[in-house]
Design a protein around this ligand. Structure first.
Ligand SMILES: C[S@@+](CC[C@H](N)C(=O)[O-])C[C@H]1O[C@@H](n2cnc3c(N)ncnc32)[C@H](O)[C@@H]1O
Length: 398
């Protein structure tokens, strides 16, 4: 990404100096930065953080991912079919615009106005979109809007993208940290939010409990937030922010997460096993960023410090997937070493074994309730049981 950044900056400089051919001159070099994914669409390699970089999309298919993880499960078609006049989408981390272009494709036969706010922090990634080999007409609309933005903001000066946006489509580009966008955005309600940052360990600022709380203010009653990650800290942040939660679509190896203001909008609950991990163990500690302005290391370290402090004290350790085994008869675990380890973790907290009656009491929740309610109940049960144990211990000491 560093090389893409430098190359795009060179293109900006040349074109600003009046070189009409700047983009053509660099088109081969720019093409070399794109990686073809399995469905024929393209992706880019990200900037490095902690010596790691990710591609912007799944190598199984960037465009397929846009449709299957974001656009189809967002239920926007249903909304259009029900006669909505306008559909508003917030595309957070818009990258090279595949998610936005998939929305346009998906709704192209619907007689509906479409308004998309694309939010992307990297001007270079945004500009790289102009060099993505053409994959469909809707993506050329996105390119046109991006070119207009870059001309308006004096990065470029020539109109080269041969496309014009249909009248029913409005696309607004916002180049900034998505947290800044939300803090400064005018009151608005979106019908769907695509949350497509890098993984939580790379972009924790966009998965914090505080970020989801802010996002909640921008949702219509039926809106869904869609993200491709199923990570426990993200899921617990969603619940902590007061949202309902469910399983995202399973595509290839990976799942995802869906969130909404009301339970009726969620089709598939989380598994009880996942709910236990989120509510009862240290891996469920969410990222926190109360002013929506902390830097990467502050957010990562804050969560790590809390995990270290409460693991094995007020929550079960997540080691060896302990939460998933809670409540099981230990004798059913064939691997003796694992069985001992799991029992020892809970013994250190004062339980007799992973199926201690007090652990069974913690797990007593109505599994017909929405996942959000079950997670909250599990947390409450855990606190109550630990409090009871503490009181018993202090009575015994007296
Ligand atoms: C996985 S890619 C998104 C791909 C994109 N949705 C698409 O359809 O092409 C993640 C993007 O998030 C951007 N990003 C990272 N942190 C951000 C932040 N705090 N605010 C806004 N964008 C951010 C990156 O520059 C990158 O382009």
């Amino acid at each position: 990404m560093d090389r893409i950044r430098t190359t795009v900056q060179e293109i900006f400089e040349l074109e600003s100096d009046g070189h009409k051919d700047a983009r053509d001159l660099y088109s081969d070099e720019m093409a070399g930065f794109f990686i073809k994914t399995e469905d024929g669409s393209y992706t880019l390699l990200s900037e490095q953080r902690e010596n790691q970089s990710e591609t912007l999309h799944s190598i199984h298919g960037a465009r397929t991912e846009a449709f299957e993880k974001f656009v189809i499960p967002s239920k926007l078609k249903e909304l259009a079919d029900e006669g909505a006049e306008v559909i508003k989408v917030l595309d957070i981390c818009s990258g090279i615009g595949y998610n936005a272009s998939a929305v346009l494709d998906y709704l192209k036969d619907s007689n509906v106005r479409i308004e998309i706010d694309m939010v992307e922090s990297s001007i270079e990634t945004l500009a790289a979109t102009l060099f993505v080999p053409n994959i469909c007409e809707s993506h050329s609309y996105i390119k046109k809007v991006i070119e207009n933005y870059l001309i308006e903001h004096e990065y470029l000066q020539f109109n080269k993208v041969l496309s014009s946006l249909p009248q029913n489509i409005t696309i607004n580009i916002h180049v900034c940290d998505a947290r800044e966008y939300l803090k400064n955005a005018p009151e608005k309600e979106y019908d769907a939010v695509f949350l497509d940052p890098f993984s939580p360990s790379k972009s924790p600022e966009l998965y914090s409990i505080d970020f989801f709380k802010k996002l909640k203010e921008f949702l219509t009653p039926t809106a869904l937030i869609l993200t491709y990650t199923a990570a426990s800290p993200v899921r617990s942040a969603i619940v902590g922010a007061g949202l309902y939660i469910g399983e995202g679509p399973q595509v290839k190896r990976s799942g995802g997460t869906i969130a909404s203001r009301f339970p009726d909008n969620i089709d598939t609950p989380l598994s009880f096993s996942d709910e236990k991990v989120i509510s009862l163990s240290d891996v469920g500690v969410p990222f926190m960023d109360s002013d929506l302005s902390d830097d990467f290391y502050t957010i990562i370290d804050r969560r790590q410090n809390i995990r270290d402090r409460i693991r094995g004290v007020t929550v079960f350790p997540s080691s060896n997937k302990l939460p998933r085994y809670l409540g099981l008869d230990p004798e059913k675990i064939e691997d003796k070493k694992l069985r001992n380890k799991l029992n020892n973790y809970v013994k250190e907290m004062g339980f007799s074994a992973i199926n201690d009656p007090r652990i069974l009491k913690i797990l007593q929740v109505d599994q017909n309730l929405p996942s959000r309610s079950q997670i909250i109940m599990l947390e409450e049960n855990l606190h109550n049981v630990l409090d009871e144990m503490k009181n018993e211990n202090s009575n015994n000491d007296e």
